[in-house]
Write a protein that binds this ligand. Structure first.
Ligand code: HEM
Length: 179
């Protein structure tokens, strides 16, 4: 998992809960990297699971909620760091359609070792799409937050219903209806 995922996560904790909690998490957890992340480095995905689980224990906020909020935060980061990828789309649906065959393709060129999910999108009607998420990292709640961020960015509103297609969360259906 790329370092940006970790550096932005720690920055979000600092913004929302204060630096002392970041410090506490890093000292209490035994991370192979020692918690020294750089944006271009690559780290074990298990470290994110450890950090988010610890954060949940400290804040009493369930892990899925933390991952969703983190996705919302991350989308704002992407709008700053990868503006040109986002500006190619003029609506949330058009951006969601372009993740698998454009956005993440460009990400892969920048970071050949990125661990990216797979999406397929089905246009049900003008107002509705089905998005199928597949990833062994089981981060569909993070994906949900990124989708929230995407709709907010375009000033649109949508209802997103998430259903696990496999119990462990590695295959998920998002039923997205635009208001
Ligand atoms: C992961 C880039 C938009 C879903 C990632 C990673 C990067 C990235 C750098 C980390 C890869 C790694 O850790 O190795 C971007 C950029 C975007 C964008 C630049 C927009 C400009 C989106 C959107 C969604 C999404 C809108 C959701 C609908 C995900 C998920 C992961 C991920 C769920 C976590 C890895 C996994 O689940 O396997 N993306 N992304 N991305 N991205 Fe994107």
């Amino acid at each position: 998992m790329k370092g940006i995922v970790f550096t932005e996560f720690l920055e979000m904790i600092e913004t929302k809960f204060g630096y002392s909690l970041v410090d506490q998490l890093l000292t209490e957890t035994d991370l192979p990297s020692g918690g020294k992340y750089t944006a271009i480095g690559t780290y074990n995905h298990g470290e994110m699971v450890t950090l988010v689980t610890k954060l949940s224990q400290h804040t009493n906020i369930p892990v899925p909620d933390l991952l969703r909020v983190y996705g919302q935060y991350m989308f704002v980061t992407f709008t700053k760091k990868y503006r040109s990828l986002i500006d190619r789309s003029d609506s949330a649906f058009s951006l969601l359609h372009s993740i698998d065959h454009h956005i993440h393709v460009e990400v892969r060129k920048l970071y050949p070792d990125a661990e990216l999910p797979h999406f397929t999108v089905e246009q049900v009607s003008d107002r509705q799409i089905y998005m199928y998420y597949t990833s062994e990292r089981k981060l569909s709640d993070f994906a949900l937050g990124l989708m929230d961020g995407c709709f907010a960015h375009f000033g649109e509103k949508a209802t997103i219903r998430k259903t696990n297609l496999v119990d462990d969360g590695s295959k998920v259906l998002f039923d997205i209806v635009k208001e």
